[in-house]
Design a protein around this ligand. Structure first.
Ligand code: ADP
Ligand code: MG
Length: 255
């Protein structure tokens, strides 16, 4: 399980992107950028944040520490801004927090990533089908002179179809990825050896351990997936299938 902290104060909304994250102080005195369960994009977005963020961590890609942030009802009650109050009221309970990186700035190419930093990030995005790292929306922060990856709610979009049809890991493993407008796309060369190295890190055990980090309460069950455990198994099946079949999605192709 991820560490759980309790929110003590809502500091300020971060109005940049679409998901209305906010800066929250917690009882460990940490500041967290919180992705709210009530933000309207549903719990699957939080699941994708956990899975892709922890896959990045397993691959030694810099990514903020993640925690479950429990939001008590009284924090919502004392918020003056009506829009924020609605969001907080809808988010009482467990939310996803990312350790706040003070003094970081959005990647703009002024401090370009190296080829060694870029290759694993592009691989991560191709592997998890994350289309949300373009120049329009880099979702990279520069901190300590290195690029850090954030904002993975749009990845692993296959899970949005689970309410309508049975999970299909094979279909995901064959889904192509277009790296042509990736913010780091110009910095990478052939990714074949990157793939061999990183795929070997993501063993079945590692992937199962990452999927196990997601709180049960965020795993939506339904006709095709009757229990949280079956949802976990579906994620592991998708991630292992795509790992083992890079031909369709590895940028530049796979020999
Ligand atoms: N861990 C963090 N530390 C500092 N700033 C962050 C952090 N996470 C997000 N931010 C800031 O908040 C903005 C929005 O966060 P993001 O995860 O991209 O959500 P979205 O784009 O869905 O609103 C980012 O562009 C960045 O400026
Ligand atoms: Mg963003």
């Amino acid at each position: 399980m991820l560490e759980t902290v309790t929110a003590t104060r809502f500091a300020v909304p971060l109005r940049e992107g679409g998901s209305l994250p906010g800066l929250v102080e917690a009882d460990d005195l940490g500041m967290y950028v919180v992705k709210f369960r009530g933000a309207g994009q549903g719990l699957k977005v939080l699941v994708a944040e956990v899975l892709v963020g922890e896959i990045a961590r397993a691959l030694d890609i810099p990514v903020p520490r993640l925690a479950v942030v429990d939001l008590p009802r009284d924090i919502a009650r004392y918020e003056a801004d009506e829009e924020v109050q609605d969001l907080l009221t809808a988010s009482v309970g467990t939310n996803l927090g990312l350790d706040y990186l003070p003094g970081s700035f959005g990647y703009d190419g002024s401090r370009p990533a190296t080829a060694e930093q870029a290759a694993p990030i592009v691989w991560l995005d191709a592997y998890t089908a994350n289309i949300d790292r373009t120049w329009a929306n880099p979702n990279l922060l520069v901190w300590g002179g290195r690029p850090w990856v954030i904002d993975h709610g749009a990845a692993l979009y296959f899970h949005h179809s689970w309410a309508r049809r049975a999970p299909d890991a094979e279909r995901f493993s064959a889904q192509p990825f277009d790296a042509s407008d990736h913010v780091l796309g110009d910095l990478i060369g052939d990714l074949t050896s990157t793939h061999e190295t990183l795929a070997a890190v993501l063993t079945d055990e590692v992937l199962t351990g990452i999927v196990d980090l997601v709180p049960d309460a965020w795993l939506e069950t339904g006709e095709h997936l009757p229990s949280p455990q079956s949802v976990r198994q579906a994620y592991v099946a998708h991630l292992t299938a795509r790992r083992d079949h890079p031909a369709a999605w590895l940028p530049g192709g796979h020999p």
